[in-house]
Design a protein around this ligand. Structure first.
Ligand SMILES: [Zn+2]
Ligand SMILES: [Zn+2]
Ligand SMILES: [Zn+2]
Length: 582
């Protein structure tokens, strides 16, 4: 069963709450085909949150403490389902050759699918790790390498299998680390824009593509009051393209020269040529009508948005819209010279545009993440400028993104199209945490296929097991909590000041180099936070046992920071005990 409120993609590209799906309607499957819903059931069951493992540090450090808006991780991939619902997993098989100097052996480790009996007597098939020792001699090394290549041929690069959520606990921690869920590119589309423009769905012509590009450009740099787009005049390619592509639709791109010429030109898109009275601006202007009728301007408050139908548009239309957005607001980041990966960053202040960019990028087979920037006052060329809270969408991909950039018109952003566009599913690691009792919905479909959630995650439909709440008998194991930050993890915990392995890699790194930690909340400050504390000067507090402790102030809890001299930049190895400043 899947939690009510989870949105899934229907066969026609519409996005629907799973609770509103009815029997005999059609849902979209992983491969883009459609399948009939044969049954819908509802129940109240315990829900588990399966969330994407990210490297965001939203809860750590200063930015998140100062600006609560930055604590949230935006557009994190997730599934909320019950303990008995199946997940489609992939585990990398890659066999390894390790040196075990302790035992004076080479060890080859590999994985194989095994049948295991659960506590409640079901037989499940999961990957398990095997290992074989070889003598640490030249002959032993040859034999180990030969064995390794044999394994690689036998097992291929990965195992794909379905497993009930509650049974993931039977995977060893090492296997958990290499086990992933995936989302998949969407290869079919709804053709709504084409139908609106031409009366016929799925027409991919220079005309429909140019309109999608113009819409993207407006979403980036347009004004919401009128059909007007500001364009950097130095970028002559971009200005020229706007005039040329606009003319395909009878749009006349005109801008007035100000007395003091500004770099950014406000280009108005008039419909029809002729005297100022004959041409249309806000009335009967095809471009303005699209913005209003297809809801690129939100109905209630007129704010810019990427309407939801765009997320499941035809592939080429999605690409052209994204290219327009990149042409206006995005920048192409430098990657290493021989890399075939492209990275583009698009900042926006509108949540709905951020959401649209992420969804469209993922639907084209790219990865997308969102970071944030706090609102602040900036001075640019002696003018006070109020910068609003902004989202920074970073998308990356190989040929999939290269193809989008081939639609771009700006000289700096345009790239040659790839010979072939390859769109593969994108895999990601995940964590599972129990939630509470929730309303859940179960679906069954005619074909033996997986359905697609709004975020393009593929998930199998329900089985008989799903009907009633089943107990989750095992406990999720080994989730260790870092003592210095809210990070939870499975592996890689390091020695703290007491000598126990209790801090995460990140806190350990900071502690190793700065040597500072808080006596009260155990927080390990960043170098800049230490500098700030030093600038503020030391203070004194009375500890619970009546001793006056002097030291720098902890930025997080106003406690006292101590400096352990065995750590830090000029560490001395003499004293194993932390030295306190008293
Ligand atoms: Zn289910
Ligand atoms: Zn930590
Ligand atoms: Zn503290």
């Amino acid at each position: 069963m899947i939690e009510e409120g989870t949105r899934i993609i229907m066969a026609d590209g519409q996005i629907k709450d799973i609770a509103d799906v009815t029997v005999n309607s059609y849902v979209m499957c992983e491969d883009g085909s459609s399948s009939r819903v044969t049954s819908v059931s509802k129940d109240v069951q315990t829900v588990y949150n399966v969330t994407q493992r990210t490297r965001h540090r939203a809860y750590e450090g200063e930015p998140g403490r100062i600006d609560p808006l930055r604590r949230q991780i935006y557009q994190r991939l997730e599934i909320n389902c019950t303990a008995t619902h199946r997940l489609n997993l992939r585990t990398l098989t890659k066999p390894t050759l390790e040196n075990s100097f302790k035992r004076n052996h080479y060890v080859v480790k590999w994985k194989r699918m095994h049948n295991v009996t659960t506590i409640d007597g079901r037989v499940i098939s999961i990957p398990k790790i095997h290992h074989k020792d070889f003598l640490m001699t030249p002959e032993g090394e040859v034999a180990a390498k030969l064995f390794l290549t044999q394994l690689q041929e036998e097992f291929g690069p990965q195992f794909n299998y379905n497993l009930e959520l509650r049974d993931i606990d039977y995977l060893s921690t090492q296997i958990c680390q290499t086990t992933m869920l995936h989302y998949t590119p969407l290869l079919t589309g709804n053709g709504i824009l084409s139908e609106f423009l031409t009366g016929q769905k799925h027409l991919i012509t220079p005309y429909t593509l140019s309109m999608a590009w113009l819409l993207g450009l407006w979403l980036g740099d347009g004004t919401t009051k009128k059909p007007e787009i500001s364009v950097d005049s130095i970028d002559t390619n971009l200005m020229h393209s706007l005039i040329q592509l606009g003319s395909l639709w009878g749009l006349d791109a005109v801008y007035k020269e100000c007395p003091v010429p500004l770099r950014a030109k406000h280009v108005r898109l008039y419909y029809g040529k002729g005297s100022p009275k004959e041409r249309k601006f806000r009335k009967d202007n095809i471009f303005w009508n699209i913005l209003l009728d297809l809801r690129f301007k939100r109905e209630d408050d007129g704010v810019k948005q990427i309407p939801e139908f765009m997320w499941t548009e035809d592939v080429e239309i999605r690409e052209a819209l994204l290219a327009g957005l990149i042409d206006s607001d995005g920048y192409v980041m430098k990657t290493t010279p021989n890399s075939d990966i492209f990275i583009v960053s698009i900042p926006t202040i509108y949540p709905s545009i951020m959401e649209g960019i992420v969804n469209i990028a993922r639907s084209l087979g790219m990865t997308a993440t969102v970071t944030t920037k706090s609102a602040k006052q900036n001075v640019i060329e002696n003018r006070q400028i109020q910068c609003k809270f902004a989202y920074e969408c970073t998308i990356s991909g190989k040929t999939s993104l290269q193809n989008v950039l081939s639609y771009c018109r700006s000289g700096l952003k345009h790239r040659e199209p790839p010979e072939e566009v390859i769109r593969n599913p994108v895999y990601f690691g995940f964590n599972i945490e129990p939630s509470s009792q929730k309303n859940t919905v179960g679906l069954a479909i005619e074909d033996n296929k997986q359905i697609l959630l709004e975020n393009k995650i593929c998930i199998p439909v329900c089985t008989k097991q799903c009907e009633k709440e089943q107990p989750k008998l095992t406990v999720t194991k080994n989730l260790k909590q870092c003592i210095a930050c809210p990070r939870k993890g499975v592996r890689y915990f390091y020695k703290d000041w007491t000598g126990d392995h209790r801090v995460c890699a990140r806190c350990h790194g900071r502690y190793k180099f700065s040597g500072h930690r808080c006596l009260n909340c155990k927080y390990v400050p960043e170098a800049r936070e230490v500098r700030k504390a030093v600038a503020k000067g030391p203070k004194a507090i009375v500890s619970p046992d009546g001793i006056v402790v002097r030291g720098l102030e902890c930025i997080r809890c106003s406690g006292i920071l101590v400096f352990d001299e065995i750590r830090g930049p000029k560490k001395i190895n003499a004293s194993p005990n932390p030295i306190m400043a008293i």
